[in-house]
Ligand binder design. Structure first.
Ligand code: FE2
Length: 445
């Protein structure tokens, strides 16, 4: 394990977001110019991975060229894969999803008793849209205690934005290796093959799977050129490969149309010796996010904390936003400083990576989750409300000093997976947290 520790702790990364990266694990492995086999050094195969339609305007066009020992097509036919321990739901249907406007909250999912890797540890919470129509999203939680061995997963339905909450992830991809710790996020886009090892035995986290396109950095508008997530803080792996042959075969899991397929091949899927392009996985440390907020009175909307967004065709309306609530100073005067009560035309799924979230005195635990759908009222609990209005200080206060919470916010209203709704982790008493909100109404103030 010590050797592996070294292997993943001291990884190099290329910095930037959507850059055209060039990386080779063997000197001179990138061809000089043409992609023809006649020009590929070391006898490598050239293979393109297209993340957008060929004719997408150049600014939003994502693709990479991979130079590999054998092409990815060298596998047996795909077969539908089924296993009693497979727990994700890939498409919205009435047998597996229900509709409810009720405020929902879950305690953290417990670690499995039996060995379970990332693929078998996916548990679907809610979603909207369809992978067939390439529009919508699904939200999952994963809990796993076993590394993926001699296998890889590729998602042909959408991008995975993974938010580990407990346990590091050692991720092998066709583009290189990444270590992702709680507090960081990783984005593994449509079609990329990857395998996740778990050095800390158990790992839990959240996944936003988006069918509608790829994540972008939000425009900063009047904020200016600085603030929020800095382009240079995103990290993409450098080329790495293994020239491994296994007669028992490597398994390629292929998520397609909301179902899991598998295929066997004799060579490692991680055989890309060099690659170049702007379509590659990346990670980001949420602790590097530079929050911006009101400095005199009242509130900025939570959109001020957007890290990444997948825009819809409507200006200013996201299919999904990924929003973080990091430690920050609260300085507004004559203001109820915690989040306000509200009803939102967007739907909000929240998770907690660590600490205590500022809007809840209890019940919202690290690894847990909440869902407030379109126009469902929500806000701080009664205890937080009473504690806040009884405090007289208007001095600056550091909030969420030990906490890291986030939100997946969508313009598409989700349905809830029945298995998540019926799970023991759902807090059936969640609504009680608002029952103590007494009237403070007085005719004379
Ligand atoms: Fe909200």
């Amino acid at each position: 394990m010590e050797k592996r520790e070294c292997e993943f702790e001291n990884l190099e990364y290329q910095r930037g977001f959507g850059n055209h990266f060039r990386s080779e694990a063997l000197q001179g492995a990138l061809p000089n110019g043409q992609n023809s086999p006649l020009h590929c050094p070391y006898g490598l195969y050239a293979e393109q991975l297209s993340g957008t339609a060929f004719t997408t305007p150049r600014k939003q066009n994502f693709r990479s060229w991979l130079y590999r020992i054998k092409p990815s097509v060298g596998h047996e036919p795909f077969q539908l894969y089924s296993s009693p321990s497979l727990n994700f739901a890939g498409v919205i249907d009435k047998d597996r999803f229900l509709t409810t406007p009720t405020q929902l909250r879950w305690k953290p999912l417990e670690c499995p008793e039996h060995p379970r890797d990332f693929v078998h540890g996916l548990f679907t919470m809610c979603g909207a849209g369809s992978p067939f129509l390439r529009h919508g999203y699904m939200i999952h939680i994963y809990v796993a205690n076993k590394s993926m061995e001699d296998c890889a997963l590729a998602n042909a339905d959408g991008d995975f934005l993974i938010v580990p909450q407990q346990g590091r992830l050692w991720i092998k991809t066709e583009f290189g290796k990444l270590q992702v710790c709680p507090g960081e996020i990783v984005v593994l886009q449509l079609g990329m093959r990857f395998a996740i090892e778990l050095p800390d035995a158990t790992s839990r986290g959240y996944i936003l799977e988006v069918f509608s396109g790829h994540f972008q950095l939000p425009d900063l508008g009047l904020i200016g050129a600085n603030g929020l997530a800095e382009v240079g803080e995103f990290e993409t792996p450098v080329a790495w490969f293994e020239n491994k042959h296994c007669e028992a075969g490597f398994t390629i899991f292929h998520k397609f149309g909301g179902q899991m397929f598998s295929a066997k091949q004799e060579h490692s899927p991680f055989n890309v010796v060099a690659w170049h392009g702007n379509y590659a996985p990346y990670k980001y440390d949420l602790r590097k996010f530079c929050p911006v907020n009101t400095v005199l009175f009242d509130h900025a909307d939570p959109s001020i904390n957007t890290v990444l967004t997948v825009p819809s065709e409507k200006p200013g309306v996201a299919v999904v936003d990924f929003v973080v609530f990091p430690p920050r100073w609260s300085v507004a005067e004559h203001t109820f400083r915690p989040p306000y009560f509200h009803r939102n035309c967007m739907s909000e799924f929240m998770g907690l990576i660590s600490g205590s979230y500022e809007a809840k005195a209890g019940g919202f635990l690290p690894g847990g989750a909440s869902l407030h759908c379109c126009m469902t009222p929500h806000g701080v609990d009664a205890t937080t409300y009473e504690n806040t209005i009884s405090a007289t200080s208007q001095e600056p206060v550091k909030v969420s000093t030990n906490a890291l919470a986030f939100m997946f916010e969508s313009s598409l209203t989700p349905q809830v997976a029945i298995s998540a709704y019926n799970s023991q982790q759902r807090d059936a008493e969640y609504h009680q947290c608002w029952s103590g909100l007494n009237s403070h109404f007085a005719l004379e103030s």
